[in-house]
Design a protein. Structure first.
Ligand SMILES: *[C@@H]1O[C@H](CO)[C@@H](O)[C@H](O)[C@H]1NC(C)=O
Ligand SMILES: *[C@@H]1O[C@H](CO)[C@@H](O)[C@H](O)[C@H]1NC(C)=O
Ligand SMILES: *[C@@H]1O[C@H](CO)[C@@H](O)[C@H](O)[C@H]1NC(C)=O
Ligand SMILES: *[C@@H]1O[C@H](CO)[C@@H](O)[C@H](O)[C@H]1NC(C)=O
Ligand SMILES: *[C@@H]1O[C@H](CO)[C@@H](O)[C@H](O)[C@H]1NC(C)=O
Ligand SMILES: *[C@@H]1O[C@H](CO)[C@@H](O)[C@H](O)[C@H]1NC(C)=O
Ligand SMILES: *[C@@H]1O[C@H](CO)[C@@H](O)[C@H](O)[C@H]1NC(C)=O
Ligand SMILES: *[C@@H]1O[C@H](CO)[C@@H](O)[C@H](O)[C@H]1NC(C)=O
Ligand SMILES: *[C@@H]1O[C@H](CO)[C@@H](O)[C@H](O)[C@H]1NC(C)=O
Ligand SMILES: *[C@@H]1O[C@H](CO)[C@@H](O)[C@H](O)[C@H]1NC(C)=O
Ligand SMILES: *[C@@H]1O[C@H](CO)[C@@H](O)[C@H](O)[C@H]1NC(C)=O
Ligand SMILES: *[C@@H]1O[C@H](CO)[C@@H](O)[C@H](O)[C@H]1NC(C)=O
Length: 559
């Protein structure tokens, strides 16, 4: 009995001791109040950090010292570790914040993820103290209007896995990238539009970053530098984006081949590349994406250099010649292909597409010698989302095979020598369409109702055709509507409907429209361009509050 009682007393004591110690640890880790995880010191630090920001849109309204806001782990953009309760993530991307980055951030020593990108820090320098947040693994300061020299202190962030310093307005500079070479864990580096004119050690540095997988150095004014020697090619780089620099073919290609044999994406758009694509590129059999647009490449047989692994191929704005079929016809993995603005020729038949069953985006526009000869019964085995065939000879008939393309979003068959009526099944057959350009053809007859069932039809250009009859019922939600230079007639007094408020650009000039102008233009909040010139309107010109560009006064029939 006594033993039993003693045991019971002991048990009670144990329970009390356990309870007290549980309470103690609980209070220690929560800053005194039950249920609140946030640490007092870190909350204070965030409040100081907020004090130095200008938060015009109240994006940080959940941050405050009021009692009911005490738990900073619940504040917008804040994530705490669920065991230690320390703040580990601060994600303030794109919150329209202005002002200064407070040094109080240093109190949040457990921060692993900091994203301040797409805010506006008013051309201040990137604070050096960010380099002391030693546990950071992800740091994004992209597009935030920092300026000046990137502080070398960021090289102290030895745990860093991703670093985003893209500047968009070209205001950040780095005269040497040596500081980067200490970031041994770096996998992702984004430095778009950072002025690296003086950083002649950039290549030396990136060859030291042996874990780097993705590198973006767009528009950094990089040019050829001495190849570092000895040169370590055991790089893990798979995604290499260098568009908008000053590279020449003879230097960059050998470098790329040496740098990584396992590249999956190579972007050399808008450089100074000339001549033919080097044949060794074909040996890069892991390459799935290649962008060589906007250079001065020539050559009749680019296919000889293109590896069959490619899914994304962009060769636009060069001087390639030869046939489309030879260039892309055997690349059976292609999904997106843009070979616009070259000198390709071809009569395109169904056979071009024999191997291309994954095709989603096709841009053949602005080549002078491409025409289509496709039989009317063709039922392609792909579903395209974007088709650009401007200046290809697609006509004389509307391409009937488009009827099978249920996922079509963007269609441009402008300037395509089509002399036809507009089929009444189109664009109903493509319910996802949001942009349609059939301008500069010879379409005639009455347009079908374009209004049905489109959720987001934003862009309609039917100009320079011979459409007639009264104005069509326009697609809803359109912001750009160009019906100019046709033969539309009749009145426009019913022009504005519930959905007209999206209009941003409206051009009805050079038609046969007549009668009074509706009063509704003044009530269209987004309308910026309105052209009614060269019609037969009469009566009063209504007030046009918001329109910033108007034409119509020269109409001889208006008064
Ligand atoms: C940011 O710092 C500058 C210079 O120290 C100061 O003039 C300005 O008032 C600060 N802005 C805010 C929002 O604290
Ligand atoms: C902590 O959070 C992580 C991520 O949300 C989750 O995977 C993990 O299970 C959580 N741990 C505990 C102890 O709740
Ligand atoms: C950066 O500055 C430019 C020019 O002053 C401005 O247009 C842009 O909106 C700013 N960026 C952000 C994210 O506020
Ligand atoms: C951080 O880097 C700077 C400049 O690169 C250096 O002067 C400083 O000593 C470093 N600080 C720490 C704590 O390592
Ligand atoms: C980039 O830096 C170089 C050298 O400091 C300078 O000459 C050039 O004007 C800078 N470019 C821009 C766009 O500021
Ligand atoms: C690019 O670098 C050259 C020198 O290599 C310099 O003269 C030029 O100003 C730089 N351009 C820009 C836009 O920074
Ligand atoms: C190249 O990298 C390998 C593996 O990381 C290393 O063993 C070798 O010493 C490096 N060579 C040079 C010249 O840096
Ligand atoms: C590429 O590697 C070869 C052989 O290792 C070497 O001769 C050449 O100089 C290197 N080229 C570049 C640009 O690194
Ligand atoms: C491609 O690789 C093969 C096998 O390694 C080699 O024989 C051939 O010379 C290479 N071709 C080019 C153009 O580099
Ligand atoms: C389709 O692929 C086969 C096998 O690779 C090839 O022989 C044929 O020429 C290709 N078709 C076209 C149009 O390129
Ligand atoms: C189009 O192809 C058909 C047969 O496929 C052929 O008879 C006709 O001549 C071709 N037309 C043109 C203009 O090439
Ligand atoms: C606006 O709606 C009326 C009546 O529903 C219709 O007759 C007219 O064609 C529509 N106008 C446009 C531009 O869609």
């Amino acid at each position: 009995m006594i033993v039993g009682q003693k045991f019971f007393q002991h048990l009670q004591l144990l329970v009390i001791v356990l309870f007290l110690s549980w309470r103690a640890t609980f209070e220690h880790s929560t800053g005194t109040e039950v249920g609140i995880k946030c640490l007092e010191k870190e909350r204070e630090a965030l409040l100081k950090f907020k004090d130095e920001l200008i938060d015009e849109h109240g994006r940080l309204s959940s941050w405050g010292s009021e009692k009911y806001k005490k738990d900073c782990c619940k504040w917008r953009g804040v994530t705490c570790d669920n065991q230690t309760n320390h703040i580990v993530e601060l994600d303030l991307c794109d919150m329209a914040l202005r002002g200064n980055v407070s040094i109080s951030l240093l109190e949040i020593q457990h921060l692993e993820y900091l994203d301040l990108s797409y805010n506006h820090f008013e051309y201040s320098k990137i604070p050096q103290f960010i380099g002391s947040l030693g546990r950071l693994q992800h740091l994004y300061l992209d597009g935030s209007n920092f300026s000046g020299e990137i502080p070398h202190h960021l090289g102290n962030l030895s745990e860093l896995n991703s670093l985003g310093l893209s500047s968009f307005h070209g205001s950040l500079t780095s005269t040497s990238l040596d500081w980067l070479s200490r970031l041994n864990s770096l996998n992702y580096l984004y430095m778009r539009s950072v002025n690296l004119t003086m950083a002649t050690d950039w290549l030396q540095t990136i060859t030291k970053l042996t874990k780097l997988q993705r590198l973006e150095l767009y528009s950094c004014n990089l040019s050829m530098v001495l190849t570092p020697s000895p040169f370590n090619a055991s790089n893990s780089l798979s995604d290499f984006r260098l568009s908008g620099n000053e590279f020449s073919s003879s230097w960059i290609f050998p470098l790329v081949f040496n740098l990584s044999s396992s590249l999956s994406y190579l972007d050399l758009r808008s450089n100074k590349l000339q001549g033919e694509i080097p044949l060794s590129l074909r040996n890069m059999t892991s390459l799935t994406g290649l962008d060589l647009s906007n250079n001065q490449f020539t050559g009749e047989e680019p296919h000889l250099a293109l590896p069959s692994s490619l899914s994304y191929l962009y060769l636009s704005d060069n001087m390639f010649t030869g046939t489309v079929t030879q260039c892309i016809g055997s690349l059976s993995k292609l999904e997106d292909v843009d070979i616009s603005s070259n000198n390709f020729e071809d009569v395109i038949t169904e056979s071009l597409f024999f191997n291309l069953s994954h095709l989603g985006m096709l841009d053949l526009s602005y080549n002078q010698g491409i025409s289509f000869n496709i039989s009317s019964g063709w039922n392609p085995h792909f579903q395209l989302t974007d088709v650009f065939l401007s200046r290809c000879k697609v006509g004389p008939h509307f391409p009937i095979w488009l009827r099978t393309q249920k996922r079509l979003e963007y269609l441009d068959i402008s300037n395509a020598e089509i002399s036809d009526t507009f089929p009444d099944w189109f664009p109903k057959s493509s319910p996802k369409l949001w942009a349609l350009n059939v301008s500069h053809n010879n379409f005639h007859g009455v347009l079908p109702d374009l209004s049905s069932n489109f959720s987001r039809f934003e862009f309609t250009d039917l100009s320079f055709n011979h459409f007639n009859g009264s104005l069509p019922i326009l697609p809803p939600n359109g912001s750009v509507v160009d019906l100019s230079s046709n033969e539309f007639s009749g009145s426009i007094t019913n022009l504005c409907n519930e959905t007209s408020c999206y209009w941003h650009f409206l051009d009805l000039s050079n038609n046969l429209l007549s009668g009074q102008l509706p009063d509704c233009f003044a009530n269209l909040p987004n309308l910026q361009y309105l052209n009614l010139a060269h019609n037969n309107f009469s009566g009063k010109i209504p007030s046009l509050n918001t329109v910033s560009y108007t034409r119509g006064q020269e109409n001889p029939n208006s008064n």
